[in-house]
Design a protein around this ligand. Structure first.
Ligand SMILES: [Zn+2]
Length: 466
């Protein structure tokens, strides 16, 4: 039922009325409209141009470190390499490909990937501020190692169970140790967004002096507001300049718990940060990490900042990631979601026919997509006319009206209960698929191992139902 609903109202690529030269329009699309006096562009106002904006931003992908921490996600080696190669070909600067200390299997995977031969991306592996973690990275032959530690009271007292002095010493020792092996070393301050500024400056100064090449501020629980991010970055930047008497390469790592990961990442760039962490489609634990495609598109089109990334492949990459993660991309997901360039309101379709940019944020052809049009409750007449025209059918306006009425009637008479049931079945299947086993299979394993029957299996099973 659900399928027939979609096929009945979908008109794919009905209006192939314009062709764009992608290379030409990149970065000039809004300028042209502005020059013609057709739109205002507040993004280009001198007053709104951040003075510290870097000319080039380097994308540092974390999909294979944090994206894969999406619960129940597992990528095969082949899938990882395929995505990594795509990211490399697209122009990503750094790829953190794994956490070798996690397991022997992960270590082997990182080792193999680092030998795959990448065109431009620097291949990095992650470590905690523990010497054996660094050793595990070194064994993999990666060019770059990231060493991470938190430094605020909450983490030191309850997680690391060590003093500030100990944590600082561990970070410094690990960086010096890794540097001796001739690799690039980056220091990631976890939960930096909830760490006192003086402490951030203290550990950043020490780690920079120990040889850290890049210093990363992590907003581990997506806690900052964009203005707070600008405050933090500017104070860290200026404080370090004073202490180290020179520029350091700063980077940010933003989680999306309040939906602000992209905004916070861009806020950091506004203060001069030139290295930004992203994950494809924003995958990751909880609400994920700043989405690669959002950050890239915003930097390229709203800031006119070069990321070195070939935007054309953004959608293809997201689709490949969706397949590998077996995790559907939200329909309304900016840039790469199914609905990101979809229309059904008559007036909007009219507008699109007159000039696509009336309702398009940017031409979808830039990322090898096309607008999608739907006949539905809010419209459809214009689309029907266009389709008939293209098919050489001459219809009176009464006939067009009747066609639209019949299509809508089909939709309105749709068995809603049946459609919802199908939808819940799909969601349940998705849950089981992601877990890799059903509830029944889980309890069967428990019973086989413990020889005990669970006392409350029934409510647990029921809890899984929608
Ligand atoms: Zn993170």
């Amino acid at each position: 039922m659900l399928n027939s609903y979609i096929s009945a109202c979908e008109i794919t690529n009905a209006l192939n009325v314009y062709l764009w030269n992608v290379a030409l329009m990149r970065k000039t699309i809004f300028k042209k409209l502005e020059a013609q006096g057709l739109i205002a562009n507040y993004n280009r106002l001198r007053k709104n141009l951040p003075p510290k904006l870097p000319e080039r931003v380097f994308i540092w992908d974390k999909t294979f470190r944090e994206g894969v921490q999406t619960p129940c996600v597992f990528l095969t080696y082949v899938e990882k390499v395929k995505l990594a190669k795509m990211l490399d070909e697209m122009g990503v600067s750094i790829l953190t490909v794994g956490f070798p200390a996690l397991s022997e299997e992960e270590k082997n995977s990182v080792k193999r990937i680092s030998n795959e031969g990448f065109q431009q991306a620097s291949i990095a592996a992650a470590a905690r501020a523990i010497k054996s973690d660094v050793d595990a990275c070194l064994d993999c032959g990666v060019r770059e190692i990231t060493i991470a530690t938190p430094f605020n009271g909450l983490n030191l007292q309850y997680r690391l169970k060590m003093t500030k002095e100990q944590a600082l010493k561990n970070a410094v020792d690990c960086i010096e140790y890794a540097k001796k092996h001739g690799v690039i070393v980056d220091f990631i301050l976890e939960d930096a967004s909830r760490t006192p500024l003086d402490d951030i400056l203290q550990i950043f100064e020490a780690t920079a002096k120990a040889g850290a090449d890049k210093l990363v501020l992590a907003d581990t629980v997506g806690f900052l507001r964009p203005l707070s991010m600008r405050y933090l970055v500017s104070h860290v930047r200026d404080g370090l300049q004073q202490r180290l008497r020179g520029d350091v390469k700063l980077s940010v790592h933003c989680h999306n718990d309040f939906g602000l990961a992209t905004a916070n990442t861009l806020a950091a760039v506004e203060e001069g940060v030139a290295y930004v962490h992203t994950c494809i489609v924003g995958f990751g634990e909880r609400a994920g990490v700043a989405p690669f495609e959002e950050v890239v598109a915003a930097l390229e089109l709203l800031y006119n900042v070069d990321t070195g990334v070939d935007m054309k492949k953004l959608f293809r990459l997201a689709q490949q990631a969706e397949k590998s993660f077996a995790l559907p991309i939200q329909f309304h997901k900016p840039i790469v979601g199914e609905n990101a360039f979809s229309y059904e309101v008559d007036e909007h379709v009219e507008g699109m026919l007159a000039h696509p940019l009336i309702y398009e944020p940017f031409p979808p052809e830039m990322i090898e997509r096309e607008p999608q049009f739907y006949i539905s409750r809010s419209g459809g007449r214009r689309l029907v006319e266009k389709r008939l025209e293209a098919a050489g059918i001459k219809a009176t306006s009464v006939q067009v009206e009747e066609i639209v009425r019949r299509i809508r009637l089909m939709q309105e008479n749709l068995d809603k209960g049946g459609a919802q049931m199908t939808f819940y079945q799909i969601k349940k299947l998705m849950r089981d698929l992601r877990k890799g086993l059903t509830e029944e299979e889980f309890w069967r394993i428990v019973e086989q191992v413990t020889r005990q029957k669970p006392k409350l299996p029934q409510p647990l099973l029921e809890a899984q139902e929608p």
